[in-house]
Design a protein around this ligand. Structure first.
Ligand code: SF4
Ligand code: SF4
Length: 319
């Protein structure tokens, strides 16, 4: 089955291996306590403002950071496809590039890097479990992020299962566009906390800005929220604040009412983070925004306070 963004929902690589973008240790921003975050590659959504655009594709990608490049010419000389040219606005001709990554291997300044490395659950666990004392003393643990971890359902399940058997706290961040039956069987029994993103309540807007409609996402949230009353795990809705898109009065009031009607008592608000703008350039993605657009800048603190009060007025605590 495919999402309208074109990614297979049944993607589950064989042999306990999946594509990982990064493993980030000592994180204080991705859940309680000190955590290690695993970023899995591939997402069924295609959000316009995605903070991790390198995580959308299910394939390894080549990134070029202009600021690090010393213009030595090694990459262009070594590229068999003649895909690299200083005259090219994006440096790399992505139509010609065959993703051999020879250029990244020979780049002396790491201006060219490969995003996405295949790793096994055993390799990842060996890295994670070294930090177990930090997790237990800080009330932390491991966060699975992306991309979308549920796109790698079997792999995610195995990782979570191992971590729970080691008594490590587990958190999963999701866009919510998953097969609920598989999620319930493979993921839910092994997760302590689910961060569940709700972006746009209007189906047509969701389709326009995220590449899929939101029917499955809202249904999955409702089902998860209902079963979380058992106390076996906790689910927290998160709303990204994207200027002029998700942070409109209509959308914020709609999401607050949706959560209130389901009895949700807390929400997290994620401020727009302009880092995605530079990441898109490094990946050679066309971008229709300029640096003057509010979507590429810091989020207005006054607007955030006004949005917080909408949720608080409905008895929803803002975390
Ligand atoms: S990945 Fe290979 S084909 Fe692509 S630009 Fe680099 S050397 Fe050329
Ligand atoms: S090899 Fe690296 S530093 Fe040299 S021109 Fe290519 S990208 Fe720039």
């Amino acid at each position: 089955m495919r999402s309208s963004a074109g990614v297979s929902m049944d993607y589950d690589p064989p042999g306990n291996r999946s594509l990982i973008i990064d493993i980030k240790g000592n994180s204080l921003d991705d859940g309680p306590g000190i955590r290690t975050v695993i970023f899995l590659k591939g997402c069924p959504l295609d959000c316009l403002w995605c903070h991790n655009p390198e995580s959308k594709s299910l394939k390894a990608e080549l990134s070029w950071e202009k600021e690090k490049c010393i213009a030595c010419g090694t990459c262009a000389n070594n590229c068999s496809e003649k895909a690299i040219s200083a005259e090219n606005r994006y440096f790399i001709d992505r139509e010609r590039c065959n993703l051999c990554f020879d250029c990244a291997r020979s780049c002396p300044s790491q201006a060219l890097t490969v995003l996405g490395q295949e790793m096994s659950t055993d390799e990842i666990l060996a890295k994670l479990l070294r930090y177990k004392p930090f997790y237990s003393t800080s009330g932390g643990g491991v966060t699975l992020s992306g991309g979308e971890p549920t796109l790698h359902m079997e792999f995610t399940s195995k990782l979570l299962q191992h971590l729970r058997s080691e008594r490590v706290h587990t958190l999963l961040e999701t866009c919510g566009w998953f097969d609920y039956t598989r999620f319930k069987a493979l993921v839910l029994p092994h997760v302590n906390l689910v961060y569940f993103d709700i972006k746009l309540l209007d189906a047509a807007m969701h389709q326009r800005y995220c590449g899929v409609d939101n029917d499955r996402i809202l249904n999955n949230f409702m089902r998860l929220h209902e079963v979380s009353s058992s106390g076996a795990f906790r689910v927290l809705a998160r709303v990204p604040l994207i200027p002029g898109i998700t942070d409109t009065d209509l959308n914020i009031r709609g999401i607050a009412s949706f959560l209130h009607e389901r009895g949700a008592r807390e929400v997290a608000l994620l401020e727009n983070n302009a880092i995605w703008f530079d990441k898109c350039k490094a990946l050679g993605f066309e971008n229709r925004f300029t640096t003057d657009d509010p979507i590429t800048g810091l989020y207005d603190p006054e607007r955030k306070r006004a949005i917080e009060s909408v949720f608080m007025d409905m008895g929803i605590k803002v975390l």
